[in-house]
Ligand binder design. Sequence first.
Ligand SMILES: N[C@H](CCC[C@H](N)C(=O)O)C(=O)O
Length: 269
Amino acid sequence: MRIAFTKMHGLGNDFVVLDTRENAMPAMGADTVRALADRTRGIGCDQLIVLENDAQATVRMRIYNADGGEVEACGNAARAIGLLLKERATIATAGGLIATQPDAKGIAVDMGEPRFDWDAIPLAYPMDTAAMPVGWDVLERPLAVNVGNPHVIFFVDDADAVPLETLGAQIETDPLFPDRINVNVASVADRQTLHLRVWERGVGLTRACGTGACATAVAAMRSGLTEREVTVHLPGGPLFITWGEDNRITMTGPATEAFRGSFDWGDYA
Ligand SMILES: N[C@H](CCC[C@H](N)C(=O)O)C(=O)O
């Protein structure tokens, strides 16, 4: 069976998008996800995105990390699907309903409301998520935010100086995080500007993380470090985040279609 795909990215966080709304496809197992995401043997991506019909939204978006795990949210992919849909759209995800619309800066996404309670992150036991009394090597006293998916955020003087390629894996799988965690290391340049690097759950270091930018911006605002509208500079480029008085997060930034292709399902299933 030939399956068509669209290769897309948001600031270099890249996706293989399979649209099953008109062309049914066999169920996607973790092994198939891993094979398709493999950068030497497969197409290669950080996340695999499967679009399905949905009764309440324009489309349902299912998100699979490169390790094969299905997760609740993906901000950069939301902008990519917003680009594909062209008009204003609603996207149903396991992490909630989000909305996209074209914008002068690319695609604007209403990412919904952040959650801060320890059991909403989730953490393994009660803790103040605004100043967690934990640490790993040079990283300590983080915050935690759930923006559809779970994030821990460390503010440091120089994000580039942190050995995130080693600490990321250690923190991601710490028993404090029963669903594992996305690890964000950020520096505050001024009250409107953050620099951010992300170790993504189920992937590793990525060029950008949309939900990470949202979670880190909200954590900075919650701590009084920045205004409620910031630019977050990631290795792949900038995202623009606002946390409105209505408690909803808006993320705006580019999305790109790189190429289209097809593969034989039998080669990957
Ligand atoms: N690794 C994330 C999913 C993708 C998030 C990131 N690609 C984004 O743009 O938000 C997780 O396991 O929650």
